[in-house]
Unconditional design. Structure first.
Length: 257
């Protein structure tokens, strides 16, 4: 399994998965086959998705909890009970409805599923607090990144110590939207305003996330890979244009035990 690792500090392990390295067939796989689809709601066989998630957990060194992402700004804080649940042989499918997860529990992985939206990994290695964020168009405008940071600081994190990794997502040159939608999102996050390569209205969600992190004083690295054009990554937009479906990759993070 190939992944894109990121350094979020000592005692933290984090990476972004790619579309290969699993057991899913097309259309939940790249042309080479062996898709690492991690989404349970894209019509892939559940047993295959469980196997793919198990492979990611093994690579991370911890069971990985996922939320049912609903494009909002809710944050779920997971503790010892959830760590025990996800360490079981058959973990539940979702931690609940939310677009961000936070924990101070070592040995519990957090995961965020994407196929064009922005995955954000967060960590304060000194305080021992980590988080993940699913920043789609609606969640970005609603402030889900800020809500996740607030939940982390409530558990002892300091923004000056928090490290962030902004993962692969559709870029502003490829994310075409109606003019009214661009104006609506940019009214909340001006840095998201974009124009596509075709000269049409667009949104640059990674730029919006990076701006929100910078506004809070959070140091961030950006994995500049566009899901729409990168064949090693799943893209909902690319699949829709081709008249098919696709899988979900993930960003995952854990505090090492």
């Amino acid at each position: 399994m190939r992944v894109h690792p990121v350094d979020l500090g000592e005692g933290v392990r984090a990476f972004f998965t790619l579309s290969s390295g699993g057991v899913s067939p097309a259309p939940w796989a790249p042309e080479t086959g062996g898709g690492l689809n991690l989404g349970l709601n894209v019509a892939d066989d559940e047993a295959r998705v469980r196997e793919n998630r198990a492979r990611v957990s093994e690579r991370l060194g911890a069971p990985v909890a996922f939320a049912n992402q609903v494009h909002g700004d809710a944050v779920l804080v997971l503790g010892a009970a959830e760590r025990a649940a996800w360490a079981a042989t058959e973990p539940p499918g979702s931690a609940g409805d939310a677009d961000a997860l936070v924990t101070d529990q070592a040995g519990l992985g957090l995961g965020v599923l994407v196929a064009d939206c922005v995955p954000v990994l967060l960590a304060d290695p000194v305080a021992g607090v980590v988080g993940v964020v699913h920043a789609g168009r609606k969640g970005l405008a609603a402030g889900v990144v800020h809500r996740a940071l607030d939940a982390m600081t409530a558990r002892g994190a300091e923004l000056s110590r928090v490290r962030a990794a902004v993962g692969p997502a559709v870029c502003g040159r490829c994310y075409e939207v109606p003019e009214a939608m661009r104006a609506e999102v940019a009214a909340a996050v001006p840095e998201s305003w974009a124009t596509t390569d075709a000269g049409t209205p667009g949104l640059d969600l990674p730029a919006g996330v990076l701006a929100q992190l910078a506004a809070r004083g959070v140091e961030a690295v950006h994995v500049e890979r566009c899901t729409r054009t990168d064949g090693e990554l799943f893209s909902h937009r690319r699949a829709t244009e081709a008249g098919t479906t696709t899988g979900r990759q993930a960003g995952v993070v854990t505090l090492l035990s």
